[in-house]
Write a protein that binds this ligand. Structure first.
Ligand code: ADP
Ligand code: ADP
Ligand code: MG
Length: 661
C-alpha cells in the first residue's frame, strides 16, 4: 500500500477519501484553491498545498499545479474524486508519467468511455443494447437534421464528452433542433472543451438504473449490485437508492451481466459505473462513468463495504478483496443530495454564508457527507451541493422514513436549500410506492416546489427571536433584574408591530408584553407565546401550547426561519415595498447571480416579447436563460459573451414596451 495520498478534489468527496485513507494508515495531502483555504478538507488532511485562484480552471483543473503539489509533498498516489480531473485521460497519464499512482482505471479505459459515442459502439459490439441514435463524426447542422429525421422525434441532443447533465437538450420538433444544437455545443465547449454532439432517441419516462463494477489488474471483475437514480431533475440525480425498487430479479441479472460485459470489453480496473435506462422491461446502455460515483454511499450501506478502500487497494496492486459470491447485499439505502438552490425560482443556485448548518447525530443507519461547516461560504465557483444525507434500513420504507426524519432535523440558513423540496419528494405518492422514473419530478413540479404560506409558528419564531435573550454567560448573575429583556415595563402593556412580506402577501404580527408574559396577535387572534434559546442558538418556541424548535437568521432584508416541516423567508414589508418599486421600473434586466455571459441572443434595437430569451448566463456549471420581463425594445446591451458579471448587475435595458414609461 502507498504511504501518502493526494486528493485532487475539494468538498465532501475530498473529506470522504481522507477519512478512509486515515483509517488505512495512509497520510493525506489536500490541495486547495484560494477560495478553500479554510475548508474542512484542508483541516482534515495531514498536509495542504494551494494550487491557484478560485476559478476551477485555474486550480482544481490545473493538472500541473496538482502534480507540483504531489512532488513537493512526496505523495505517491493521487485520488481524483469525481468531477474536475476525474475523467481526464491526460491527467491520468500525466500522473503515471510523474511516477504517481492514479487511483482509478487505466487512462485508456477513461479515454474510450469518455467519448459517449465510442462507448456506445463498444457496448454494442459486446452485445449490449444501446439507444438508437446518431453517433457520427460529421457535425454539420444539415447532417444532424437528416439523421434526426431518421431517428424520429422527440430526441435528445447529447454532448459526446458530456457529464453531469451538461450539454443535453430534448428536442420535440424539427424546428427546435438548430437552437438546441447551438446551445448544447456551447455548453459542452465551456464545460469539457469539446463541443461534439450526438443524437439519441428520447425515451419519455425511463428509469435510470446503474450497476457498480470493480476490477483489478489480475483480470478479476465483479459487480456490486444496482442503484436506482431515476429521481432526476434536468438529468441531474436528486435521490438515489439501492437496490432498485421493484425490478424483476431476472432483469437485474441481465443488467449485472451487461455491465460486466461492457467493463470486460475495456479491460476495466478500479471502480466504475455502467449506466442504463430501463423502459417497459427493456434496458439500454447509456454510458460508463470511469470513477467513483457521487451516490456510491448507498452501495456501501447495503454491502457493508468501503468502496474507497477497494479503490486504494486495487490501485496499490492488490487483488479485489472479495470474489462475486462473497459480495452480499442486505436491506435498503437511500441518499438525498442537499443543494444550495431555490426550488421556488427554478432551482437557481444560491450563494452566501451558512449562518446555520446543522445535521442530526449520526448512527449506523445514517451518514452525512459534507465538506462544509457552519460559517462557511457557499461561493459561485463550484458545485452547489451542500451535503449528501444517506440513510439505510431493513427495507425501502424504513430507509425512506429514516432519511425523512434526518432531513427534518437538518437546518440550513444563510443560503436557500432544496431541503423542503426533498422532503416533499420523499412523501410524494408515486415515489413512496417506488414507481420512480426520470420524468417524475418534472411532472409533479407544482406539488414539489414550495408554495405554502409561513405558518403562525414560523412568524412567531421570527418575532420572538428578536426579543428573547441569549443564554446567560457563565459566571453572570442569572437573576439580576438588569438581565431581563422580556420587554416588561411598569405601566401599561407594551406592543411592537411586525409587518412581514411572505412571498407577496402582507403578514402582520403584533407582539404584546404583559405582566403575565408574551402574547402574539395575528389579526383578531391573540395567542400566548413563550420562547427560549437552545444550544447552537436555535430557539424553542411555544405558541398557544404548540412547541417547535426553530432556527432563525435575520439580515437587513428580513428573516429566514427553519422548522422541521419547512423553511421560510420573510421580508420586512418596507423592504418588499422597495423591491416592488424596483421591479416596476420597466426594462431592468439584472443578473440573478454572479457568473459569466455565455451568449447574447438579441441586438440593440430588437423588439422582444415577454418571456423571450435575451441572454444566457453561465454560473455554477449551468446555463441560465435570462428572459424579458415584459414586451419592449432593447435600448442598450451592457455586456458581451464572455464577460463576467456581478449579482444584480444590469445586463441590458428594455424600453418602449407596454410597461415602459
Ligand atoms: P454521478 O454520475 O457521479 O452520480 P452526477 O452525474 O450527478 O454524479 O454528477 C456529475 C458531475 O457533477 C460529477 O462528475 C462532477 O463533475 C460533478 N459534481 C457533483 N457534485 C460534485 C461535488 N460535490 N464536487 C465536485 N463535483 C461534483
Ligand atoms: P451524463 O454524462 O450527463 O450523466 P447520461 O448519458 O448519463 O449523461 O444521461 C443523463 C441522464 O439523462 C440519464 O440519467 C437519463 O435520465 C437521461 N437520459 C439519457 N439518455 C436518455 C435517452 N435516450 N432518453 C431519455 N433519457 C435519457
Ligand atoms: Mg450519467
Amino acid at each position: 500500500m502507498f504511504k501518502k495520498l493526494l486528493i485532487a478534489n475539494r468538498g465532501e468527496i475530498a473529506c470522504r477519501v481522507i477519512r478512509t485513507a486515515r483509517r488505512l494508515g495512509i497520510k493525506t495531502v489536500a490541495v486547495y484553491s484560494a477560495a478553500d483555504s479554510r475548508s474542512l478538507a484542508v483541516a482534515l488532511a495531514d498536509e495542504a498545498y494551494e494550487i491557484g485562484p478560485a476559478p476551477a480552471h485555474d486550480s482544481y483543473l490545473n493538472a500541473q499545479a496538482i502534480l507540483t503539489a504531489a512532488r513537493r509533498s512526496g505523495a505517491d498516489a493521487i485520488h481524483p474524486g469525481y468531477g474536475f480531473l476525474s475523467e481526464n485521460t491526460a491527467f491520468a497519464a500525466a500522473c503515471a508519467k510523474a511516477s504517481r499512482i492514479y487511483v482509478g482505471p487505466p487512462a485508456k479505459a477513461i479515454h474510450t468511455m469518455g467519448d459517449k459515442a465510442a462507448a456506445k459502439a463498444l457496448a454494442e459490439k459486446a452485445g449490449v443494447p444501446v439507444v438508437p441514435g446518431y453517433r457520427g463524426e460529421r457535425q454539420h447542422a444539415a447532417i444532424f437534421a437528416t439523421e434526426a429525421a431518421h431517428i424520429g422525434y422527440p430526441l435528445l441532443v447529447k454532448a459526446v464528452a458530456g457529464g453531469g447533465g451538461r450539454g443535453a437538450r430534448v428536442v420535440e420538433r424539427p424546428n427546435e433542433l438548430g437552437a438546441a444544437l447551438e446551445s448544447a455545443c456551447r455548453e459542452a465547449t465551456a464545460a469539457f472543451g469539446d463541443g461534439r454532439l450526438m443524437l439519441e432517441k428520447y425515451l419519455r419516462a425511463p428509469r435510470h438504473v446503474e450497476v457498480q463494477v470493480f476490477g483489478d489488474r489480475f483480470g478479476n471483475l465483479v459487480h456490486l449490485y444496482a442503484r436506482d437514480c431515476s429521481a432526476q431533475r434536468r438529468y441531474q440525480k436528486v435521490i438515489e437508492e439501492a437496490p432498485a425498487p421493484g425490478l424483476p430479479p431476472a432483469l437485474l441479472r441481465q443488467l449485472y451481466d451487461a455491465a460486466l460485459k461492457v467493463a470486460r470489453a475495456v479491460k476495466y480496473q478500479n471502480a466504475g459505473t455502467v449506466e442504463f435506462i430501463v423502459e417497459r422491461g427493456k434496458f439500454y446502455f447509456i454510458e460508463m462513468n470511469t470513477r467513483l460515483q457521487v451516490e456510491h454511499a448507498v452501495t456501501e450501506m447495503i454491502t457493508g463495504l468501503d468502496l474507497v478502500e477497494w479503490q486504494l487497494r486495487v490501485a496499490a496492486g492488490e487483488k479485489l478483496p472479495l470474489k462475486q459470491p462473497g459480495i452480499r447485499a442486505r436491506g435498503h439505502a437511500m441518499e438525498a443530495r442537499l443543494y444550495a438552490e431555490d426550488p421556488g425560482r427554478d432551482f437557481l443556485p444560491s450563494i452566501g454564508r451558512l449562518t446555520r448548518f446543522h445535521f442530526p447525530l449520526l448512527d449506523t443507519d445514517l451518514r452525512i457527507e459534507t465538506g462544509l461547516r457552519q460559517g462557511d461560504e457557499v461561493t459561485e465557483f463550484y458545485d452547489p451541493m451542500l451535503a449528501k444525507i444517506v440513510a439505510s434500513g431493513s427495507d425501502r420504507r424504513t430507509a425512506r422514513e429514516r432519511l425523512r426524519a434526518a432531513l427534518r432535523q437538518t437546518r440550513v440558513l444563510g443560503v436557500i436549500s432544496n431541503r423542503d423540496f426533498l422532503l416533499r419528494l420523499l412523501a410524494q405518492p408515486a415515489f413512496r410506492r417506488g414507481a420512480v422514473d426520470t420524468a417524475l419530478i418534472g411532472r409533479n413540479l407544482g406539488q414539489l416546489a414550495p408554495h405554502d404560506p409561513a405558518p403562525d409558528i414560523a412568524l412567531a419564531a421570527a418575532v420572538l427571536s428578536r426579543v428573547v435573550t441569549r443564554r446567560p454567560k457563565p459566571g453572570a448573575d442569572r437573576f439580576s433584574p438588569w438581565r431581563l429583556r422580556d420587554g416588561w415595563q411598569i405601566g401599561d402593556a407594551r406592543t411592537t408591530d411586525f409587518v412581514f412580506d411572505d412571498r407577496g402577501t402582507k403578514r402582520r404580527v403584533c407582539l404584546r408584553f404583559t405582566p403575565d408574559g408574551l402574547s402574539l396577535e395575528f389579526g383578531r387572534r391573540r395567542l400566548p407565546a413563550l420562547a427560549w434559546v437552545l444550544d447552537g442558538d436555535d430557539l424553542a418556541v411555544e405558541l398557544d401550547g404548540r412547541r417547535a424548535e426553530a432556527s432563525v437568521a435575520w439580515d437587513e432584508h428580513g428573516a429566514q426561519i427553519a422548522l422541521e416541516d419547512g423553511t421560510w423567508r420573510l421580508g420586512l414589508a418596507d423592504e418588499s415595498a422597495r423591491r416592488a418599486a424596483a421591479a416596476t421600473v420597466a426594462g431592468r434586466v439584472v443578473a440573478p447571480m454572479p457568473g459569466k455571459i455565455a451568449a447574447v441572443h438579441v441586438t440593440k434595437g430588437a423588439r422582444v416579447t415577454r418571456g423571450q430569451i435575451l441572454l444566457v448566463l453561465e454560473a455554477m456549471k449551468m446555463e441560465h436563460a435570462i428572459t424579458a420581463p415584459s414586451d419592449g425594445v432593447v435600448t442598450d446591451i451592457r455586456y458581451a459573451a464572455g464577460d463576467p458579471v456581478a449579482e444584480g448587475a444590469e445586463l441590458l435595458v428594455l424600453g418602449g414596451g407596454k410597461e415602459a414609461r
